[in-house]
Write a protein that binds this ligand. Structure first.
Ligand code: 6PG
Length: 247
């Protein structure tokens, strides 16, 4: 990990959700004011649920510029979009079904493609169209939300995965044998590291060991390889997740 990231420690998961929701609203306002729209990639898993619920409630619901917001996903499990384990379904239930986001500005990953590789290629094309990219350009998100697993994975970039070496493709199909849902689609490190702002949301004592590895020992786990080259990197943690970091 090259530069020390900004680390924000909140008392508990409620405070983490409040602070993260406010950060998203503030970043959206700045992006819309300067670039006319807000390009956001959502994280999956459980940790972001409370943050998404905060965004779907007043006052954040009213202050978010939904009409100028474009929502993408950092990764997705290769299950139907209405499956209990779908990140898209989680985001819909906690946030997207409760806010006035124009449906044409919501871009789920094609998790139900017969061949995951096809799904990855299609999402790459979706990003190129939505971002207005020339051939070979990398999408630069205004904000990417990420979580971290117990093994230091982030999005669906798992330790030892060959996809960690990907330097061209923006989206990859991965088979993560250790994961409960092994077949996945994920943004690759070039896209994550091109972002203007990456915000990790990590909570719970069960994450303390991975937090110590990545933030304390700078272990080169996937979450530690997220280093925006020209962007801001912030880790928002609850106190329980920092239990093993040196005081
Ligand atoms: C996923 C996520 C994944 C998640 C971590 C943490 O699809 O599962 O993208 O990277 O962020 O596994 O998950 P929790 O927040 O549930 O601990």
């Amino acid at each position: 990990m090259d530069l020390a990231p900004e680390v924000v420690v909140l008392a508990d998961t409620a405070a983490l959700a409040d602070r993260a929701a406010q950060a998203i609203v503030d970043t959206a306002a700045e992006a819309v004011a300067t670039r006319g729209r807000f390009l956001l990639a959502l994280a999956g898993g459980d940790t972001p649920r409370r943050t998404y619920a905060r965004l779907a409630a007043s006052p954040q619901r009213e202050t978010m510029p939904w009409a100028s917001t474009f929502v993408f996903f950092g990764d997705e499990r290769c299950v139907p979009l209405d499956h209990a384990d779908s990140n898209f379904r989680m985001a819909r239930e906690t946030l997207l079904d409760h806010v006035p986001l124009p449906p044409e500005q919501l871009f789920p990953m094609r998790s139900d493609a017969a061949d995951p590789e096809t799904g990855a290629v299609e999402y790459g094309r979706t990003l190129a169209r939505a971002f207005g990219l020339k051939r070979g350009e990398t999408p630069r998100f205004d904000l990417v939300l990420l979580g971290m697993g117990l093994d230091g994975h982030t999005a669906s970039l798992f330790p030892g995965s060959p996809v960690l070496k990907e330097i061209f493709r923006p989206v990859a199909a991965v088979h993560a044998a250790a994961a409960a849902i092994p077949q996945r689609l994920t943004l690759t490190l070039p896209v994550l590291n091109a972002a203007a702002y990456v915000l990790f949301l990590v909570a719970g004592s069960e994450k303390a060991k991975a937090v110590k590895s990545v933030l304390g020992e700078r272990a080169l786990l996937p979450a530690g390889m997220v280093q925006p080259t020209q962007g801001r990197l912030v880790w928002m943690l609850d106190r329980a997740a920092t239990a093993m970091l040196r005081r």
